[in-house]
Design a protein around this ligand. Structure first.
Ligand code: GLC
Length: 736
């Protein structure tokens, strides 16, 4: 439809149709074949309201979606099609590594490719919008939703959020195989105090703008069709009713996409103690720029009254309706209301060989090798040695992690034991679980997450004994340990981020009888590894690797693929260090100030156990000195920083070269380091690569005391290295 036709449609719509466009219906209204991601209000709709509904949430079956759409168009006074929306967070039926794992690839191209494949499956299945990417910067591993984001760095977050949007949407949303992105949660949901789910957020505007907003902006600039507001308040103002956030989004950034609330975030303004009644929250949300209310029905009841009383204007209503119509038009729904939905195509695409292969190849690129003493990994595929494979993940079929629609058609990929047995039928391997995923000590979490846990002490003891016997008899042990697959995502904040005690007991018992232990860890967050890190000879963090996790892990264990991921969240020594992140601000009690009076703890190092950007692979790299092509950089110029990286190991390999800067003296404190560039380079063994990074004054901007986005003349330090611990740097002067 042309803009003119769309304007004419808007002008011709009745009030009931306009109110309807801003309403969303939970899938339960239409079918039992749907999922539930929030509470539902009573379905007390009039026929006219149902006829004018603008979108639906959580409907799964493509044939049912086509049917609903057909009925809806016939019934709608102007035949305006509905939008179908769903949380498709890291794959539709083929599941890829969790978003945090994908970020650890440091490969926007990979994130784009996985989003592209996801869009192809989702589009054929009838979905129009996915509530992804989550662009919430996350610095506190206690928060369960860190798994859905890209970690602690604003620069990397922004790159990954933009890549996801580009992957989902392609260049033209009317094309087959595309779905609209919906970047979330605007804003700063990842900064909930203490990592507590639905917790409180408060920070300076400078902190918000410098760290938390860039990724949302990058997604908006990449053309995200929709944006979702957050549950949390910021400094007491609910994000779903914030005129300030709306002004940033609409006036500063010029974002013209549709804005949807989170599930109930308008009605929950009440619990923030900010409004007295639903009518007030409806007004605040409309003033705060929310176009569509997700499922709960304050807009439905409140907008007609507010318009009647003049507390909201026709312009406001029309602006909101326009943005929803515009998204439908971007998707080409007025020409093809089904947007290429096809049960046959969906069935063909689901878990097709191409996507399964892509899923398998993504596992090593997202996995982080944290330790590899004596190059224990990779294991030899044909050595004459006994390997005992032990752990509750050995026969776990769910390696998918949180935010997976269990009802969507899915293959149950081979487990690790099945994969290993099939790959090495003749090898002298032994297999035993050793324990359950959770023990009685985890009862509270297990009950909240509807997860099973070991209650039989005798069985627990017997399984442990069997594992110890297997470990004793083996030359090497590979342990598969981790968080429960359902203990990540929403409603999964943890105050204790260690692995379950039952698994820590298994680790200790096995390590006591065999000193050659490889530990493979499954987690939704950088868990507190403790003595597992100290005692394991090799430590491979695979996050939740998705449908092809077992194949991808086996590829790494036996060298068919090398892990090349780098962690984008710091692993703490202890949860007491949380929130912990590399780009922290300096304090006056810095080490250079005094060897005694320095910031930190008396019982724990200041730095994390494993830092941002850290990760090994199956070869080693050596870095030369940083070389700068200018001693002074002026406005309008570009400085080039270069480093020579040499592959000094025994195998060809890929290295993620990282460039950080530090502005040691500015009008306001600047982080001790900031990532401003990264490049993955393939370097054959024994060879070198010259890696260059451009830097301009704009790359060095920050928010000053007046919250202006500026760069200031002065010395800038440039670091290029393997990870955020890099210490050698060169300086240049930034001048007007
Ligand atoms: C949830 C989540 C949000 C999700 C939405 C729809 O409460 O906060 O991320 O997209 O509801 O399921």
């Amino acid at each position: 439809m042309t803009e003119q036709q769309l304007r004419a449609l808007l002008a011709d719509m009745s009030l009931a149709e306009k109110f309807g466009e801003l309403q969303q219906m939970p899938g339960q209204y239409y079918t039992d074949d749907c999922i539930e991601t929030g509470i539902n209000a009573a379905f007390d709709f009039t026929e006219e309201e149902v006829a004018c509904i603008g979108s639906a949430l959580n409907v799964l079956d493509p044939a049912r979606i086509i049917e609903i759409q057909k009925q809806h168009i016939a019934r709608h006074p102007h035949g305006i099609p509905m939008l179908f929306m769903l949380d498709i967070i890291h794959g539709y039926s083929t599941i890829y590594p969790i978003p945090l794992a994908q970020a650890c690839s440091f490969e926007p191209d990979l994130v784009r490719a996985l989003a592209r494949a996801t869009a192809r499956e989702s589009c054929a299945a009838g979905q129009h919008v996915t509530f992804s990417p989550m662009a919430d910067l996350s610095r506190d591993a206690r928060w369960g939703r860190v798994m859905e984001g890209s970690g602690e760095d604003p620069y990397l977050n922004a790159k990954m959020a933009a890549a996801a949007v580009q992957g989902y949407q392609g260049d033209d949303l009317t094309a087959e195989g595309t779905i609209s992105a919906c970047v979330k949660h605007f804003a700063a949901y990842g900064a909930v105090e203490g990592g507590r789910e639905y917790g409180y957020v408060d920070m300076s505007e400078r902190m918000l703008r410098q760290y938390y907003l860039p990724a949302y902006k990058a997604a908006c600039d990449a053309g995200s069709g929709m944006l979702m507001t957050a549950f949390n308040a910021i400094a007491g103002v609910p994000a779903s009713g914030s005129r300030e956030l709306n002004a940033i989004l609409r006036d500063e950034w010029g974002y013209e996409g549709a804005v949807i609330s989170d599930y109930g975030s308008i009605s929950q303004m009440y619990s923030h103690g900010v409004i007295q009644n639903p009518l007030e929250s409806t007004k605040r949300a409309m003033d705060g720029g929310v176009d569509i209310e997700m499922c709960i029905h304050h807009y439905r009841r409140g907008l007609p009254q507010l318009l009647e009383s003049g507390e909201i204007t026709t312009e406001q209503l029309d602006r909101a309706v326009w943005r929803v119509l515009n998204l439908k038009n971007r998707l080409g729904l007025f020409e093809d209301p089904y947007h290429f939905a096809s049960p046959e195509k969906a069935a063909k695409l689901q878990n097709c060989e191409d996507f399964l292969q892509l899923a398998r190849e993504s596992v090593p690129r997202c996995s982080v090798l944290l330790k590899n003493d004596g190059k224990l990994l990779p294991l030899s595929p044909d050595a004459d040695e006994t390997v005992a494979f032990i752990g509750p993940f050995l026969n776990e079929s769910d390696l998918l992690g949180g935010w997976v629609n269990q009802k969507v058609g899915r293959i149950t990929a081979a487990t690790l034991q099945e994969t290993l047995q099939a790959r090495f039928p003749a090898r002298d391997f032994t297999y035993t679980a050793g324990c359950a995923l959770l023990g009685a000590e985890d009862a509270m979490m297990a009950e909240k997450k509807h997860a099973a846990f070991e209650t039989d002490a005798d069985r627990r003891c017997a399984m442990l004994e069997e594992a110890v016997a297997a470990a004793k008899a083996a030359d090497k042990v590979v342990l598969f340990l981790g968080e429960h697959p359902q203990c990540g995502g929403e409603l999964a904040a943890r105050a204790d981020i260690r692995l379950p005690k039952i698994q820590r007991d298994l680790f200790r018992a096995v390590a006591a009888v065999n000193d050659t232990v490889v530990t493979v860890v499954f987690d939704h967050r950088p868990v507190e590894l403790g003595d597992i890190a100290e005692t394991s000879k090799a430590l491979l963090n695979v996050w939740f690797p998705g449908t092809m996790g077992a194949a991808g892990i086996t590829d790494m264990l036996f060298g068919d693929a090398a892990p090349t991921g780098r962690t984008t969240m710091s692993f703490p020594h202890t949860v007491g260090q949380e929130p912990i992140y590399y780009n922290r601000l300096p304090t006056d009690h810095a080490p250079e100030f005094s060897p005694i009076y320095i910031t930190g703890y008396v019982d724990c190092p200041l730095d994390p156990l494993y830092c941002f950007g850290e990760g090994l692979t199956y070869t080693d790299f050596a870095y030369g000195e940083v070389r700068l092509d200018k001693a002074t950089l002026h406005a309008g110029e570009t400085l080039t920083a270069t480093v020579t990286v040499q592959n000094v190991g025994e195998r060809d390999g890929e290295e993620t070269v990282q460039l950080y800067i530090r502005d040691p003296f500015a009008s306001v404190s600047q982080p001790v380091k900031e990532l401003k560039g990264f490049k993955r380079v393939f370097i054959p063994k024994g060879e070198n690569a010259e890696v260059t990074f451009p830097l301009t004054p704009d790359d060095l901007r920050f928010y000053n005391e007046d919250v202006d986005f500026v760069w200031e003349p002065g010395e800038i330090q440039v670091f290029i290295g393997h990870d955020s611990r890099v210490s050698q740097y060169k300086t240049f002067r930034l001048e007007e």
